[in-house]
Design a binder for this molecule. Structure first.
Ligand SMILES: C[S@@+](CC[C@H](N)C(=O)[O-])C[C@H]1O[C@@H](n2cnc3c(N)ncnc32)[C@H](O)[C@@H]1O
Length: 306
């Protein structure tokens, strides 16, 4: 497979367990990069490094519900920005021409391992402020759950949109600020944020332990109740309003992973639908389509002009 040419020389080569190498473009002078957060994600994705095809397909179909064949198909050259474990790279690999997946953290090891049999995938260690490809290179960018962990989200979006070809698109997921929820939900969320601020500062092993306890004692009971209600009443909208009902069809592996993601990450920002609309439009994205479904908000936008 002919991958794209890097537009700069790698700073170093990182060796994988199988003697293959990954090019690294991480510099000390990256100002739009939160070191503690990137380190925390590296640790998270080294722990959660294997997903079954079913786990990837169930969650992948929910993120990609607003993507049709015109936007993503066998001719698409794709960038997966902040690929983490590489699960969305894997989800699209068989549907597209090639995927360049980048992440600044040690998650690159997990992404490389999860995608080792995908011949049209290459993993690179890089950050959004120094994406090592020419501008207007990609037909499609996947950016799921990344830019809210970066100090300047708007600047990061500008930097990635530059890399999209005219007529190309970006699938973006940014944490919502609960703008579509009621007061009780918002209060529960505020309490959970206090826990996150404490837990995210703990040493890694203790952090993992606390997040596992939250997964078992908070997530799991709500998930079990939601599953029961779905069985009795079918897929009703009122059930979807129950906190954590999103996890009703997710495995315990995904629940533990997301509890660590939610409570273990030092930097997270949240945006309303209107904030996201404004940010995307100011980067030259249009034809925005928000999904009606969780996770909120995931949206696709097209780059019509340069
Ligand atoms: C919540 S994880 C999401 C991973 C993956 N997209 C997924 O949904 O499974 C956020 C990812 O953003 C990456 N990240 C953090 N800062 C970044 C930056 N400055 N540039 C690119 N990626 C970054 C982290 O290393 C981490 O893997």
């Amino acid at each position: 497979m002919n991958f794209l040419e890097y537009n700069q020389i790698p700073i170093k080569e990182v060796k994988l367990y199988n003697e293959k190498t990954i090019a690294s473009f991480i510099t000390d002078s990256d100002s739009n990069f939160d070191e503690k957060t990137v380190k925390s994600f590296g640790e998270e994705w080294l722990k959660f490094n294997s997903f079954s095809p079913k786990e990837i397909n169930v969650a992948g179909s929910q993120y990609f519900d607003i993507i049709d064949n015109k936007l993503l198909n066998a001719t698409s050259v794709v960038l997966d920005l902040g690929c983490g474990s590489g699960r969305w790279t894997k989800f699209v690999a068989s549907k597209v021409k090639l995927v360049e997946a980048i992440d600044p953290s040690t998650a690159i090891f997990s992404a490389a391992s999860l995608n080792e049999n995908e011949t049209n995938v290459r993993i690179t260690q890089a950050s959004v402020s120094n994406i090592p490809f020419d501008d207007e290179t990609f037909d499609f960018v996947i950016c799921l759950g990344v830019l809210h962990h970066i100090p300047n989200t708007q600047q990061a979006l500008i930097d990635v949109v530059k890399k999209i070809k005219k007529g190309g698109a970006i699938l973006l997921y940014l944490y919502y600020n609960l703008d579509n929820r009621g007061i009780l939900y918002k209060m529960i969320f505020r309490i959970s944020t206090v826990f996150r601020l404490v837990i995210s500062k703990l040493p890694h092993q203790l952090k993992k332990f606390c997040c596992d306890c939250i997964a078992v004692m908070v997530y799991l009971p709500l998930v079990i109740v939601t599953r029961g209600l779905y069985k009795i009443f079918g897929t009703k909208n009122w059930i979807k309003k129950i906190p954590l009902s999103y996890y009703a069809d997710k495995s315990f592996n995904i629940i533990r992973n997301d509890a660590l993601d939610r409570f273990g990450t030092p930097l997270e920002q949240r945006f309303s639908k209107i904030d996201i609309e404004k940010m995307m439009q100011s980067c030259g994205l249009s034809e925005l389509k928000f999904s009606e479904n969780a996770p909120y908000w995931h949206v696709v936008g097209k780059k019509i002009n340069g």
